[in-house]
Structures are given as C-alpha cells and as structure tokens.
Design a protein around this ligand. Structure first.
Ligand code: MG
Length: 280
C-alpha cells in the first residue's frame, strides 16, 4: 500500500511544523525548502539526523520564492514560479541551490509551481519559460534528480503540451487534485488519468469549486469534505499503478492546532480508504 506522508516546513512555507512530524507518525514527508540561511551543511546534518530518529523518509523538496503570493488568481499569474521575467534568473539560481539542498538530504525529487505558462504555444513569452525549465531539468539530471511540476494552474492538456515542449525525461508531475478545483482548471480525476504517465508524487488535499471557476478561488477544506471524492481519487491512483507516497497537504498555518488535528483525521481517512480498496 502507498505510504502516507505530510507536507512539512522547517521555517518557510505552509506545511506542518517540523517539531510535530514525529507526533503525526507517518513514514514519509515532503519538505518546503527552508530559507537560504537554514540550508547550510550543519542544518542539513541536523535535519538528516532528526529524520533518521523519527524514522521518516524525505520524498521531495518543494521550492518557494520571496515575492510569491497566492492572494488571488491574477496575483498568482504575476508572481509565481519561474514565469515572472524580472525574477526568473535569480529564482533559477535559487532552484539550483534548492536542488543541491535536496541532493545533500539524499532526495531525488525537487518540486515547484512553475507559474502560469501561456496557453498559446505561439505566445512570445512561452519560449523563455520552456528554456528556463530545460536549464533546471538539465541541472537536476546532472545530479540524478527529477523535477516535479505541481499541478493546478493549467489544464491537463496544457501541462502535457508544456512537458513535451521542454522535452526532458526527468520532468514529472506532482498531482494535486484540489488545485484543479481551486483554480478551476478541470475535473481532477479525469485530469489524473490523462497525466498518469508523468505522475511521480501526489498531494492529498481537498477543495470546493468556486461559483466562478478560473476567476475566483475555490475553497480549500479538510480532506474528505470537498469535491475531490477522496475514495475515487485513491481508486484512480491505484488504477493508474501509482505506488508512491500519499502526501497530505493542509494549508492553514495561522492555526497549527487545527492543522494538526485535521491532519490526524486525514491520516485515518486515508488508512481506512486504502484498507477498503485493497480488501476488494
Ligand atoms: Mg499541492
């Protein structure tokens, strides 16, 4: 059965805080890349020792950048990932550093929201985004690593077209079903079947459709309470042969206690559903 995991943070990002990972009792985590000052040699040694003590395996490191904002959909288009031109070069440099950090942590997967790639293949901005992604894929390839694109800001068709334009074998997908709903970019389970050959990691997150999909945000809700249909999601993952970790992501950092209790509920829900599906 797929190992369960949580999305965690040391000092940056919206994951569960590092000091409660042990309490949650899951065998894997994905980690939001720590701030630059917390990625040094000593920090790496300490994090590796703690994960060994917790008996937790790190399965992916996700990047985030200063200046990114998920305030609303237009702000996402302006600020996220490697798409904004003004910060592209410095963020690529930081991605290399984050890939190095992941490598030192013994982790072969680096993830990010690449940003909102222009849908039209003839758009003059698209070639630069493809090119920067190729540079990053090459860097990861040189270190034996995969680059995982977080889904949601584009349809499945657009994501496949982008991956094919980049043309690197180590370019994969971190599938997040809730993002497809939050951004209004398509029915997640149908999208999952389409992108199945590239899925190398997943988030377990739930959400409700906006009444104006693609214009305003949907709402992120506790796992099992949204429109994803978590049982059908796990069945679809099973059907496409995905055996990797199921990483729970719940982004309510302003309330760590609620986040912790909801993640506990999510772990139990996934365990029950996995047992039921595998018993069939
Ligand atoms: Mg996600």
């Amino acid at each position: 059965m797929n190992p369960i995991g949580v999305f965690a943070s040391v000092d940056a990002g919206l994951g569960v805080s590092w000091d409660v990972i042990r309490q949650i009792g899951v065998p894997t985590i994905q980690l939001h890349a720590p701030h630059r000052g917390s990625r040094g040699r000593d920090a790496v040694a300490r994090l590796i020792a703690q994960l060994a003590e917790f008996q937790v395996r790190l399965t992916a490191v996700f990047a985030g950048f200063d200046g990114e904002s998920y305030a609303d959909i237009p702000t996402v288009e302006r600020t996220i990932g490697l798409v904004p031109k003004a910060t592209r070069a410095e963020r690529l440099q930081e991605m290399f550093e984050i890939a190095d950090f992941a490598d030192q942590m013994g982790c072969d997967a680096v993830g990010l929201h690449i940003g909102v790639v222009p849908h039209d293949r003839r758009d003059p901005d698209r070639a630069g985004i493809v090119e920067v992604t190729q540079k990053l894929c090459q860097y990861c390839q040189d270190h034996g690593q995969f680059l995982h694109l977080e889904t949601g800001q584009e349809t499945a068709e657009d994501l496949i077209a982008f991956i094919s334009d980049v043309g690197y074998e180590n370019l994969k997908i971190n599938f997040d079903p809730a993002n497809m709903i939050l951004y209004g970019t398509g029915e997640p389970l149908e999208a999952l079947r389409q992108v199945a050959p590239w899925v190398r990691s997943v988030h377990c997150k739930d959400g409700k459709w906006s009444d104006q999909p693609g214009v305003t945000w949907g709402q992120e809700v506790p796992l099992g309470q949204g429109d994803v249909n978590i049982r059908a999601y796990l069945e679809t993952l099973h059907e496409i042969g995905y055996t990797g970790p199921l990483t729970i992501e719940r982004e309510i950092p302003q309330d760590p206690e609620r986040q912790l209790s909801e993640i506990g509920d999510a772990v139990r829900l996934l365990e029950e559903l996995l047992q039921a599906i595998h018993a069939e």
